[in-house]
Design a protein around this ligand. Structure first.
Ligand code: HEC
Length: 241
């Protein structure tokens, strides 16, 4: 079913609103691409390998409970920064629970092998400081509840606003009515699913796949709505009637 012709469709909008909506959609589209890139750069590297995988999601939310961040770094990205026996000593210290008594032995190793990069200017954790080193030596429990609540509410408020306007604009497109309703509601449903999946993964790592599905779901819905809206605002097939 196509919307009746007397309703306001995208192609019949005045130039003013077509320019306004196009500007908005372009900037939001750019924002969504940046969000995707940021996910790849932060979560994507969580397991030490580029590209987003299930392990990245599990490590980000559930944590890598087989060991500490320090151990993960020393067996992964930081492996070649110090001789193998130094790595071994550092890992053993972490596994023993980072005892204070051994700090005098550990500190010079960190100072010598790690300090020149992990200094106060680099923005990297200052591993030569005892409290920082101890925190990194703790078993990694992933995102904390405090972090999850913060990120969840920002995500829910922010993204629902984006899709309110994207859906509003797309709502004026000539489109099969049933599919229109599905496309407009999909981002909201997947948004809730996405946020829920972080919490589920925090407690049950086997739920990581839901995070993937959630992200893919609203990306696809967004792309269809964006492409349709642009086409119907600017292509003569819809504007000349
Ligand atoms: C050549 C510079 C350099 C040296 C030397 C170096 N690091 Fe790093 N380290 C980095 C950079 C850059 C990152 C961030 C890498 C990333 O996230 O992709 C990093 C990340 C880390 C992380 C992960 C931090 C986090 O919050 O997840 C740990 C832990 C770490 N390094 C420990 C060490 C230790 C221990 C040493 C000494 C054995 C060391 N690094 C030596 C540059 C260095």
């Amino acid at each position: 079913m196509i919307e009746p012709n007397d309703t306001l469709t995208l192609g019949k909008l005045s130039l003013t609103y077509r320019v306004l909506f196009t500007g908005y959609l372009l900037v939001v589209g750019l924002g969504l691409c940046m969000a995707g890139a940021q996910i790849m750069l932060t979560h994507g590297m969580a397991d030490g390998k580029p590209g987003l995988s299930m392990n990245d999601i599990v490590y980000s939310y559930y944590g890598n409970r087989s060991g500490s961040k320090l151990e993960a770094a020393l067996t992964g990205k930081m492996k070649d920064k110090a001789p193998a026996e130094v790595n071994f000593t550092l890992i053993k210290w972490a596994r023993d629970g980072a005892p204070d008594a051994e700090w005098s032995k550990i500190a010079p190793l960190l100072e010598k092998n790690c300090g020149n990069c992990h200094d106060s200017e680099s923005g990297l954790p200052e591993v030569t400081k005892q409290d920082v080193a101890k925190t990194l030596a703790e078993v990694d429990h992933g995102a904390s509840i405090a972090t999850l609540t913060r990120v969840s509410h920002i995500h829910l408020f922010g993204i629902s606003f984006i899709f309110l306007f994207v859906g509003w604009i797309f709502g004026m497109a000539e489109f099969n009515q049933r599919w229109k309703l599905i496309l407009i509601s999909t981002p909201f449903a997947f948004l809730v699913l996405d946020v829920a999946s972080w919490w589920l993964t925090k407690f049950w790592p086997s739920c990581a796949w839901i995070t993937m599905v959630g992200g893919i779901g609203y990306s696809v819905a967004a792309m269809v709505m964006f492409a349709t809206s642009f086409a119907q605002m600017w292509l003569p097939r819809w504007t000349k009637k």
